[in-house]
Design a protein around this ligand. Structure first.
Ligand code: PMP
Length: 391
């Protein structure tokens, strides 16, 4: 209890927003970046700068291998998934181009698309079904009539936890001469991701969610066919400072300025941990999310958004109550039980409009690393009490 009698956070169930805590090695790698590897990577021939460059090179190589990226140079470090999706969409789309998007997109995609639409890009939004899953045939239909430059879709939903058929969407996109661009923010770490098999042209991800790295670092894979203009130009560390324009070589083209070395090394440590423990963690998450989903279904008044029980999803459960506002539930869960969740629209108004919850929002539980069955049971017990008491 804190001084004002409120519970302190003891059960963290907001992994959909950001993961916490981080696995062993992440904080240590970040500390090392600050205490030992202080040189500016690529910007100096002295030992410390060279060591920092090598550490970043190793991080890129290992993270690329973890994600099944064939050529590590196609994987760039970005400040986050939002920045990465802005780079791809704004860097590719020109007035007169056409893009097909899914109605479940997060604002990291929806807002750049809205801005592009205002600038003369035709944005066609394909409605997902009531579980928040996009229908491949509906995307195909949307592409049949006109030349389309790209299809953009999330890999997994941050409101529903639904897993989208991204490999099939990539096939459809390619069959129509379009690029397949994927927002992988909620998929990385929670699903086994193999970029080669997915066959997508762009895959962006946060480092700080399921990949278990620190905040402020993210990833962007771009296939050789996907060549967005860079949004930021400047120092590249690659030597040719006299060149007037940003070098065209990857990864330098998309990584202007001094990189986030502590973030990159922290993410590297997290991915190294996931490489050895990710499969067991995913099985644990699947069991927890099922237990929670089942438990909520037995509570009167609650509705779970997204896929039915038993359908695979990333470990997110968002719910509504027929009489109690979800922000009241989130507030009481925090104050009385020390349970951290997130109410509202989750930066995804398109998704909530699709699900019919734009007016009410939802209460989201994001499960992940560090959570136990006891956490799930405590959340269910708290919901049962609050559902009765506040209704
Ligand atoms: N896309 C989705 C589906 C997300 O859930 C989020 C995070 N809320 C983002 C994009 C933005 O990611 P980042 O925090 O790395 O910018």
């Amino acid at each position: 209890m804190s001084a004002n009698g409120a519970a302190t956070t003891t059960i963290y169930l907001d992994h959909g927003a950001t993961s916490w805590p981080k696995p062993p090695g992440v904080a240590e790698a970040m500390t090392r970046a600050v205490t030992e590897l202080g040189g500016n990577p690529g910007r100096g021939a002295y030992r410390m700068a060279v060591d920092t460059s090598r550490a970043i090179h190793r991080a890129r190589t290992d993270v690329a291998a973890f994600l099944g990226v064939p050529d590590a140079r196609d994987l760039t470090f970005q400040p986050g998934c939002t920045q990465a999706m802005n780079l791809v969409l704004r860097g590719l789309m020109r007035p007169g181009d056409r893009v097909v998007a899914c109605s479940m997109e997060h604002n990291a995609v929806a807002r750049p698309l809205n801005a592009l639409a205002a600038a003369g890009v035709e944005v066609v939004v394909v409605e997902a079904d009531e579980a928040g899953v996009i229908d491949v045939d509906a995307v195909e239909d949307a592409m049949r009539s006109q030349t389309t430059k790209a299809v953009v879709c999330q890999h997994a939903g941050n409101v529903t936890g639904a897993i989208q058929p991204v490999a099939d969407l990539a096939d459809v996109a390619h069959a129509h001469g379009a690029l397949a661009l994927v927002d992988g923010a909620q998929a990385g770490g929670h699903l086994p991701v193999d970029i080669k098999t997915l066959g997508v042209d762009a895959w962006a991800c946060s480092g700080h969610k399921g990949l278990l790295g620190p905040q402020g670092i993210g990833l962007l894979y771009l296939s050789p066919a996907c060549q967005p203009d860079e949004l930021v130009t400047g120092g590249s560390g690659s030597g040719a400072s006299e060149e007037p324009l940003q070098p065209a070589v990857r990864p330098d083209r998309y990584e202007a300025g001094t990189p986030n070395t502590p973030g990159i090394l922290g993410l590297h440590a997290a991915v190294t941990w996931l490489r050895d423990n990710g499969e067991a963690l995913r099985a644990h998450e699947a069991a927890l999310v099922r237990r929670f989903h089942e438990g909520v279904l037995s509570l009167p008044g609650f509705r779970v958004l997204g896929p039915d029980l038993g359908v695979p999803r990333v470990p997110i459960i968002a719910l509504t109550h027929e009489r109690v506002a979800t922000d009241r539930l989130a507030f009481a869960l925090d104050r009385r039980y020390g349970i951290a969740t997130r109410a509202g629209l989750h930066c995804a108004p398109w998704a909530h409009r699709t699900l019919g919850t734009l007016q009410t929002g939802a209460l989201r539980f994001g499960l992940g690393y560090g959570n136990t069955e006891a956490d799930v049971d405590a959340a269910l017990e708290a919901l049962a009490e609050l559902g009765e008491e506040l209704a």
